[in-house]
Design a protein around this ligand. Structure first.
Ligand SMILES: [Zn+2]
Length: 83
């Protein structure tokens, strides 16, 4: 929240879910969505901050090579068929 909004609403963060984005989700999906949004709340050197996503990729790459395919030293198959 910006300082201007905090003058009216005494909260550090407000999480808003829009029906047109979440209406198709079942209860357990909604719980994970809330968990996801809460993970955006972090604490930095200067206080509260918004954590960015720690992963951005394509689902087929993640399915085949794992969430950690780009970790240092990760052993992976040669997708170009080399040795
Ligand atoms: Zn997010």
């Amino acid at each position: 929240m910006t300082e201007t909004y905090k003058a009216y609403l005494p909260y550090d963060f407000i999480i808003t879910f829009y029906e047109n984005n979440t209406g198709f989700l079942n209860d357990n999906q909604l719980k994970i969505l809330m968990y996801h949004e809460l993970k955006h709340i972090g604490i930095g050197e200067r206080g509260l901050k918004i954590n960015p996503h720690d992963i951005e990729d394509f689902s087929d790459i993640l399915d085949k090579y794992g969430l950690d395919w780009n970790n240092f030293g990760k052993e992976l198959p040669d997708i170009l068929g080399g040795d």
